[in-house]
Design a protein around this ligand. Structure first.
Ligand SMILES: [Zn+2]
Length: 207
């Protein structure tokens, strides 16, 4: 039987805002795998923006447990989230709570003071909404030009090479799908895995 230790252990966070080199920005990173090693956290991370995977060892991260209310349509539920105490959260930030993507809509300090941003350690309750839509980006060849556009899709919505789409007022056929790890010339991919879809206009822009 595995030995269990009585001493309290640092919780491993589900996601963290960290600097991402390819993105040149501070982005949400999912903790794909994390473990506590002594006073350190060993984290296998993946940037939610560009998909880049990285490994980091972080020293003694102080965590706070924050109350979270998640609204989903006309229902809402309460839960809690362990986040680094010295992190700053802002309205509009995305978080993963119990594996569910949510967006912060309100930050409450103490009992009823609402602010737009705050240090995690000072946050009483985070008011969030389930954020289960993703933006799928398109590049459509219209004659010699390329037109950019996007569609809002559910994360598990599939797009298929050969499928007809309407983007930015242009009817097009998908000829390639670039996912986070490959370029597909055939087959389907889920919206959450798609970096960009390439298409060819079959009719010009509407006049
Ligand atoms: Zn990134």
């Amino acid at each position: 039987m595995e030995q269990r230790y009585a001493r309290p252990t640092m919780p491993v966070p589900g996601a963290l805002y960290l600097e991402c080199e390819p993105c040149e920005d501070i982005t949400l990173h999912e903790v794909v795998h994390g473990k506590v090693s002594g006073k350190r956290l060993e984290l296998h991370l993946q940037c939610k923006e560009c998909g880049t995977k990285s490994f980091q060892v972080r020293d003694e991260v102080k965590m706070s447990s924050v109350k979270v209310v998640i609204s989903d349509g006309d229902r809402s539920r309460k839960t809690s989230l362990d986040i680094e105490s010295d992190e700053v959260l802002m309205v509009g930030d995305e978080l993963l709570v119990d594996g569910v993507p949510v967006q912060i809509r309100g930050i409450e300090l103490g009992t009823d003071k609402r602010v737009d941003s705050a240090l995690v350690a000072k946050i009483g309750t985070l008011w969030t909404v389930k954020f289960d839509k993703v933006v799928v980006k398109f590049s459509i060849n219209v004659g010699p030009r390329t037109k950019a556009g996007s569609q809002i899709a559910a994360p598990d919505e599939e797009f298929t090479v050969g499928e007809m789409v309407e983007v930015a007022g242009v009817e097009a056929v998908i000829h390639r799908i670039k996912t986070w790890d490959r370029l597909m010339q055939r087959g389907s991919a889920e919206a959450r895995d798609i970096r960009r879809i390439y298409g060819r206009a079959i009719r010009g822009p509407r006049r």
